[in-house]
Design a protein around this ligand. Structure first.
Ligand SMILES: NC(=O)c1ccc[n+]([C@@H]2O[C@H](COP(=O)([O-])OP(=O)(O)OC[C@H]3O[C@@H](n4cnc5c(N)ncnc54)[C@H](OP(=O)(O)O)[C@@H]3O)[C@@H](O)[C@H]2O)c1
Length: 337
């Protein structure tokens, strides 16, 4: 358990990545009590400088002995690094908040979205997992509806930005776009197909049953966070040529009847949610507007008349903020309360 202090030593594993950099900005923005920030990355970035609160910090190479004196370690350097180094950080006395998929479904590890299940943080034994970026946005919106009308089934299709893959994917989309507009051939390194001007129904690797790991993360993590194994979930996850923010088309079937207006009213007061829903005035959430925002935006709320108790929604959230860095910092804020 974290000892109460005026300020904490915070390490960031993956400090030079898209999520790591966002974590550093969010710690500063939210005035998180940091006495020392320890930026860690691979040998490629060793010695690089990173700015935190106007000071230049030198990036160190992630190693097992990096965590002496660290109170909180935010991990965002991929699942393999989390599996190797997070237990070492815990042994050194740190609480680990892990952004990767390494520990999410471990029954001993709380999987937390503070607006939904902050109470589960108390049960941690050193590691707390941050859910998948698409799952976070969806459960922030669905939990209040679940509490009011009990969701029986969720059908979700995602439209996920390339920043969800990391910094190299940003370069790939930008590079391919420029190449194609200049009538040149595209280079493919990150994705198996051209991502510019295209949609790829393929995120993470395929399993034997035809689903992707990303799709199964949405199924399994949703049930764990909402603490209801009876919810049936089916997902199709799609990578789209958008730089930032994940959008989701979500269809739910509830046990109790609930109207679109009731859903709108419930979500209007839900923590971390903004209802942005006036389609006749062309008002609905868009990735380009939600980029940089903390809240999860929801619009296009309407009844699905093809089933007895159905509702359709359109959800957009910033995958680097609420989908990753912000959610991790919010968990850290709960840990020091
Ligand atoms: N992007 C998202 O929306 C999102 C959302 C939720 C969760 N996540 C998870 O967060 C993690 C990072 O994602 P990202 O988008 O920030 O990726 P990224 O931009 O590619 O950054 C990866 C980070 O990990 C570091 N790293 C890679 N290999 C390493 C090694 N062998 N040893 C130490 N550090 C190493 C990199 O350091 P170098 O700069 O030195 O290479 C960099 O700091 C992943 O686990 C991802 O699944 C991402």
């Amino acid at each position: 358990m974290l000892k109460k202090k005026n300020a904490y030593v915070v390490a960031i594993a993956g400090a030079t990545g898209l999520v790591g950099r966002e974590m550093i900005d969010i710690l500063a923005e939210r005035n998180f009590p940091v006495s020392e920030l320890v930026p860690l990355a691979s040998e490629r970035s060793e010695g690089e400088r990173i700015q935190f609160r106007g000071k230049n910090l030198i990036v160190k190479r992630l190693a097992k002995d990096c965590f002496k004196g660290v109170d909180i370690a935010l991990f965002s350097a991929g699942a393999d690094r989390s599996l190797e180094f997070a237990p070492e950080a815990v042994k050194s006395g740190a609480v680990v908040i892990d952004n990767s998929s390494a520990f999410r479904m471990d029954p001993q590890v709380p999987l937390v979205v503070p607006e939904v299940n902050a109470h589960s943080i108390a049960a941690h034994t050193g590691i707390i997992a941050n859910p998948n970026c698409s799952t976070i946005g969806m459960v922030v919106v669905l939990k209040p509806i679940h509490d009011a009308a009990k969701i029986k089934r969720i059908v979700v299709t995602t439209f996920q930005s390339v920043s969800g893959t990391g910094k190299e994917a940003i370069d790939e989309l930008a590079g391919q776009t420029v190449a194609l507009l200049n009538f040149r051939d595209v280079e493919k390194k990150v994705y198996p197909h051209q991502i510019a001007f295209n949609c790829l129904p393929h995120i993470d690797s395929f399993l034997d049953d035809g689903y992707t790991k990303e799709e199964m993360k949405m199924v399994n993590e949703t049930r764990k966070i909402m603490e209801d194994e009876s919810i049936r979930v089916t997902a199709t996850t799609v990578r789209v040529p958008v730089f930032r923010c994940h959008s989701e088309s979500v269809n739910i079937e509830t046990e109790k009847e609930i109207s679109a207006n009731e859903v709108r009213a419930i979500l209007a007061t839900a923590p971390g949610v903004i209802v942005y829903d006036d389609p006749k005035k062309d008002i609905y959430p868009l990735a380009i507007d939600v980029a940089g925002k903390d809240e999860v935006y929801v619009g296009r709320i309407r009844a699905d008349d093809s089933i007895p108790n159905g509702i359709n929604l359109w959800i957009v959230s910033d995958n680097l903020r609420k989908g990753a860095a912000l959610n991790a910092v919010q968990i850290a804020e709960h840990c020091i309360k």
